[in-house]
Ligand binder design. Structure first.
Ligand code: COS
Length: 384
């Protein structure tokens, strides 16, 4: 399918695809097995000028949008969804600054992220605030020219590896969703440390850690947007980054199909390649259909967002649900096509199946996404 990418988008896609093929694929199984954070790959992405594809030119980026980010994530994820997350997780951490930062905040934080010399992370989730994002317990109290942060964030992608953290904390418990605020916290700030590092089913080359704030004082200039707008900052960020999760799912699914297709031609049973059996052909065909449908939805959603659309929670959620459910189904089927070999760690599809699972869970479970979609449809109907 020709998606009529611009010359620049085609170039970005090709550079990312080459890095995935030549640099990520050879190390993906080892990094997964040993839980190695891909600092070397981040450096390669930086040297190839990919880290800032979604950041405006005036802050050192390429000037693209969600679509450019998704193209990179998709290509990298074909080789390893975990390694790709060092890049995608930085996008999640950077978007609150891109969307809501003051000129000073953008000048201070975005150029290093665009250059790939600093990674970012997003701190929303807590032990008791997952789907119920408004259940946040972390507090931020204004004291003179500083906010004092206390609390613990859980399951934070790039936690400990990132230098720049966008964190949501409660500034006024009585005000409900309007009682949260967003802050930028730099690694190395006294009172800010990293807790438990998680041992995960998949995306094992990505680091997932606790962020611990103990009387952590940050300058009040690090408040993002306005006090009380932290929940909106988080929701608007997630509306933009969920297609990135969809792109990760898409890449994982395509990677699995590529492996299964290749294997089906090499593997012989009953005297011929298994790709000549209709049972296998139909599985491969179904995998391809779902992936292409997911790609069409993800790309169009990204283009819609980048066109300057104001409201796209529904489309963003749809792309994440469809692509991640596709990735789960396709990777399970890829293991099935490859049979016993598919189940073994020497072949990449068992890892892809483990990596796919998280895309149905993080940045809002697919059940939450379906709530968002249904509620948006009802809102649209009432508005008519
Ligand atoms: N854009 C702008 N504003 C939004 C919004 C969006 N996408 N979603 C909600 N809001 C606003 C609402 O309009 C409402 O504003 P008012 O206070 O002016 O009425 C406010 O935010 C609260 O919204 P709501 O009442 O819908 O909040 P809920 O607590 O019911 O939660 C869900 C809504 C479930 C959608 C939210 O908690 C969510 O997205 N949860 C999943 C979080 C997530 O993705 N976690 C993963 C961790 S990040 S990796």
């Amino acid at each position: 399918m020709d998606y009529f990418l611009t010359e620049e988008q085609q170039m970005i896609k090709e550079i990312a695809a080459r890095i995935a093929r030549e640099k990520i694929k050879p190390v993906a199984l080892k990094y997964d097995e040993e839980g190695i954070f891909p600092r070397d790959i981040v450096k390669i992405l930086a040297d190839s000028d990919l880290c800032g594809v979604y950041i405006e030119e005036e802050y050192g980026g390429f000037g693209g949008g969600i679509f450019e980010m998704a193209l990179v994530v998709e290509e990298l994820s074909k080789a390893c969804g975990g390694i790709a997350l060092s890049f995608a997780g930085t996008g999640l951490g950077a978007f609150p600054i891109i969307l809501f930062g003051t000129e000073e905040q953008k000048q201070k934080f975005l150029p290093d992220i665009a250059a790939g010399t600093k990674l970012a992370a997003f701190g929303l989730t807590e032990a008791n605030a997952g789907s119920d994002a408004a259940g946040i317990q972390t507090t931020a109290v204004l004291d003179g020219d500083e906010y004092i942060l206390n609390g613990t964030k859980q399951w934070i992608t790039n936690g400990g590896e990132a230098d720049v953290y966008t964190v949501i904390a409660c500034t006024n418990r009585e005000k409900g969703a309007r009682g949260f605020s967003a802050f930028i916290v730099e690694k190395g700030t006294p009172g800010f440390s990293f807790g438990k590092k998680e041992n995960k089913m998949g995306i094992r080359a990505s680091v997932t850690s606790e962020l611990v704030f103990e009387d952590c004082r940050i300058p009040k200039e690090n408040l993002l947007y306005r006090e009380g707008m932290g929940f909106i900052v988080a929701m608007k960020t997630l509306d933009r980054t969920r297609p990135g999760v969809a792109a990760q799912a898409l890449g994982i699914a395509q990677g699995a199909l590529d492996e299964a297709l290749k294997y089906s031609q090499e593997r012989e049973q009953f005297g011929k390649s298994i790709s000549s059996f209709q049972a296998v052909q139909h599985m491969l065909a179904d995998m391809a259909i779902q992936i292409e449908a997911a790609r069409a939805l993800v790309y169009q959603t990204c283009r819609y967002i980048d066109s300057g659309a104001k409201v796209f929670s529904k489309e963003s959620a749809m792309s994440k649900v469809f692509a991640s459910d596709t990735a789960m189904k396709v990777t399970i089927d890829a293991v099935q096509v490859m049979g016993g070999y598919g189940y073994m760690k020497e072949y990449p599809v068992e890892k892809m199946m483990r990596d796919a699972k998280i895309t149905q869970i993080y940045e809002g479970t697919n059940q939450i996404q379906r709530n968002v979609i249904a509620l948006e449809m009802i809102k649209e109907l009432k508005g008519k």
